[in-house]
Design a protein around this ligand. Structure first.
Ligand SMILES: Cc1cc2nc3c(=O)[nH]c(=O)nc-3n(C[C@H](O)[C@H](O)[C@H](O)COP(=O)(O)O)c2cc1C
Length: 297
C-alpha cells in the first residue's frame, strides 16, 4: 500500500472521504483527530517499536495525517497540548513510514518509592464521602484543580468528550436531584459532548455506547480524589431519572450536543464521617469454581 492510496478515514464503524472530513465542525474534527491519532498511531506504534521490523511501513498513520491535514487547512490551533500530542505521534508515524525507528516514550516507568506509596494509600483509602458542609467558600483555584483531575482521567478512545458545569447558587443546585442537602457545597455536573463519539460511531449499540457514561464516572472518581487531597469533602451524587431533563432545560443546554451523567458535591466538611470499611479481599474475588457464582458447568 502506498501513502497515496489512503483516501478514506475508516474508524471501526464509520468511514469518510477527505471531503467529508472538510465538512465537519471543529469539535467533531477534533474528536476524529484524537481518535485517529489514538487508534491509527498510538495503539499500534508501541507494538511496532517492540518488534521493530527494520523496514518502512507504508501508509502507517496516514488516516490520522489525512484528518490533521484538514485541521491545518482550516487554520485551527496547533498549540493546544492535545494537538501537540497528535503532532508528536504524526511525526513518529512519518518516521515509521520511512523505516526510521522513532525515539519515543520510556517503556519502563519508575515504580513509586515507599514514601510515595504511603501518599497513594492515604489518598485511596483516606477518601470518604462527606455529606455536610460548613459555610466557607471553596476558592475557584480548588474547583479548577478538582476539574483538572477529572480531565486527567482515562477516556474511551481518547475522545475528550467529558464536560463540566459548576453550580454555586442554591437555586442552580436545586436543579439537580440529590438525596442529601447540598447547602454550602459546590456541585459539579459531569456530562459529555456527543459529537466526538458520534463521528467515530462509538455510540452505536454494536459499539461501546456505555463509554460515554463511564468516561464521566472515571472523571468523577478522579475529582473526588483530588478534592480529598485538597482537604475538601466530596460526595458522588446519583442522577435520578428526570434530573438530566430538568437540569438541561433550566441551564439551557443544547440537547443535540450534550448530555449529563452525574454530579459531585464538594465543600468544607462540617463533620468527618468514619470511613466505610470494605469486606476482606477474598470476598471480592471470583475464582474458578466459586460456589457463590458457579453454574455447575
Ligand atoms: C454510582 C454511585 C452513586 C452514588 N450516589 C450517591 C447518592 O446519590 N447520594 C449519596 O449520598 N452518595 C452516593 N454515592 C456515594 C456512596 O454512597 C459511597 O461512595 C459509599 O457509601 C462508600 O463510602 P465512601 O465513599 O465513604 O468510601 C454514590 C457512589 C457511587 C459510586
Amino acid at each position: 500500500m502506498t501513502q497515496r492510496e489512503i483516501t478514506k478515514v475508516i474508524t471501526g464503524f464509520k468511514q469518510y472521504t477527505q471531503d467529508d472530513v472538510r465538512q465537519m465542525d471543529e469539535v467533531t474534527l477534533r474528536g476524529l483527530l484524537h481518535e485517529r491519532t489514538h487508534h491509527n498511531i498510538e495503539v499500534p506504534l508501541y507494538s511496532i517499536l517492540v518488534k521493530w521490523p527494520n523496514k518502512p511501513i507504508a501508509g502507517f498513520g496516514m488516516q490520522a495525517q489525512l484528518v490533521f491535514d484538514v485541521w491545518r487547512e482550516k487554520g485551527y490551533t496547533e498549540d493546544d497540548p492535545d494537538i501537540k500530542w497528535c503532532k508528536m505521534y504524526l511525526a513518529a508515524a512519518a518516521k515509521v513510514r520511512e523505516g526510521v525507528k522513532p525515539d519515543i516514550g520510556d517503556p519502563q516507568p519508575e515504580p513509586f518509592s515507599a514514601e510515595e506509596m504511603k501518599v497513594v494509600h492515604k489518598l485511596l483509602w483516606g477518601r470518604h464521602s462527606v455529606r455536610d458542609w460548613i459555610k466557607k467558600e471553596v476558592p475557584d483555584w480548588m474547583i479548577n484543580k478538582v476539574i483538572e483531575a477529572g480531565i486527567a482521567a482515562p477516556i474511551g478512545c481518547n475522545l475528550d468528550e467529558v464536560r463540566f458545569i459548576v453550580l454555586k447558587t442554591e437555586e442552580e443546585k436545586s436543579w439537580c436531584w440529590s438525596d442529601i442537602s447540598t447547602e454550602n457545597a459546590v456541585i459539579i455536573v459531569i456530562g459529555y459532548e456527543k459529537r466526538p463519539t458520534a463521528v467515530v460511531g462509538q455510540d452505536l449499540p454494536q459499539a461501546v455506547p456505555q463509554n460515554r457514561g463511564f468516561d464521566c464516572a472515571a472523571a468523577g472518581d478522579h475529582m473526588l480524589l483530588m478534592a480529598h487531597a485538597l482537604g475538601l469533602g466530596g460526595c458522588w451524587l446519583s442522577h435520578r431519572g428526570g434530573t438530566d431533563t430538568k437540569f438541561k432545560e433550566k441551564w439551557g443546554l443544547n440537547d443535540e450536543n450534550i448530555d449529563i451523567s452525574l454530579h459531585i458535591a464538594i465543600g468544607w466538611s462540617a463533620i468527618v464521617p468514619v470511613k466505610s470499611s470494605r469486606a476482606p479481599f477474598d470476598y471480592y474475588m471470583i475464582r474458578k469454581g466459586d460456589k457463590r457464582y458457579n453454574t455447575g458447568g
